[in-house]
Write a protein that binds this ligand. Sequence first.
Ligand code: UD1
Ligand code: CA
Length: 465
Amino acid sequence: MESTNADEMPLNILILAAGLGTRMKSELAKVLHILDGKPLIEHVCKTALSLKPKKVLVVVGHQADEVKDTVCRSFGETTVEFVLQEQQLGTGDAVNSARSRFEENGSTLLVLSGDVPLIRSETLRELIAVHRLEDAACTILTVRLDEPFGYGRIVRGDAGFERIVEHRDATDVQREIAEINSGIYCFDSRKLFSALTRIETHNAQGEYYLTDVPRLLLDDDETVALFQHDRPVEVEGVNDRKQLAAIARMINDETVERLMKESGVTFIDPRNAYVSADADIGRDTVIYPNVSIEGKTIVGSNCVIRSGTRLSNAHIGDGVEIRDNCLIVDSEIGDKCTVGPSAHMRGHAVMVEGSKIGNFVEMKKTRLGKNSKAAHLTYLGDATVGEDTNIGAGVVTCNYDGKNKHETHIGKDVNIGSDTMLVAPVTVGDGATTGAGSVVTKDVPPGELVVGVPARSARRVKSDQ
Ligand code: UD1
Ligand code: CA
């Protein structure tokens, strides 16, 4: 008996991502459009890799270099391979362009679409299991949709699967069919590539349709299996901006609901909070309307985040209050800190426990020590500030000399007077004070009081008079 040894064949994954996505009406290739903070292609690659296949190959075409760079940035240079489809002649041609990369040894080839981002690895595992169990040449993942418009329909006859008919080629009767082709399939790779040589372009779009392959396999007396799944949302495709927005909304709703139910987070207006699926928020934290929480942001418990604030890859401790309209990017805020309104932290800025920054304060690559304060109109860049120090209103670390950036170090228990300019590189010692309006160009020893432009020791100023 001839055996295909289906369960011994290795698993390979092919992701179709060469199309422009005309219906997006965009200069950007469809798979580079962002969903939940990540390009569509990244969602699909991540799921593919989670199945630990022998090889993941992405078919690129439109903006091939950008798509490759995007994938390599997220997963490294060697994890995923690429093949170029020179011209976008259809999904059948896209698969065919990968022929030389698979043909030699047979494999179970899972074909995914770069524009179907929500598919879960659990579902794909089930699909592969059905495919192997049925010893099929092809297994198609299908779902039934209330609104199947636009999708390829699954035509079933008395003997089961008959063919896939694309929406544009379908008759009115066929368009009534609710069961659709998800664009996700498992193939016996050798049988797939053999059938692909026989597909033609007699259809409404004049393209090589991958969807013609199952019918050809059936004609060869091969088994074509259908795996009908009961979670239609997973196979929703992104073909236009409306679908992209609808899927984004759905992911966001799920995230917000999970945070309310499982983590005990209060959302004042759940419809108007934008939270990345990768973010984490602690118990009894209150999120006001129009807050965006992006990337791998972590917010502790008992925090209050007021309207208009955006947190991106931020780490926020417990009991933190972030007032209205703050922007916190790649930065860290310790327990019981107060931030804003209208404050900006970026470039790995750090606020240590109990510290405070207020109105129109910007911190870049700066560490503000425990219980220290900068309450008004201040720029702190490339600086360190010790504990219990007060930075007056309108203070600036002048960190850039036109060519290079320089550091400012301020000790503990320091009083920086309002409107002080700290011309870096410069150090202000523990317990020192600068007078209002002083321009500090030289290091200030501990305990010293400096005043004036340029700032000098107040004792020297006095003795000069
Ligand atoms: C396709 C299926 C349809 C199915 C739907 C599910 C075909 C002919 N139709 O239709 O039955 O219901 O997916 O979402 O396959 N691509 C390439 N090269 C090409 C053409 C497309 O790489 O030459 C890629 C696209 O980038 C995309 C994927 O293949 O990621 C699907 O192409 P798309 O044009 O979106 O197909 P649909 O019309 O959605
Ligand atoms: Ca599509």
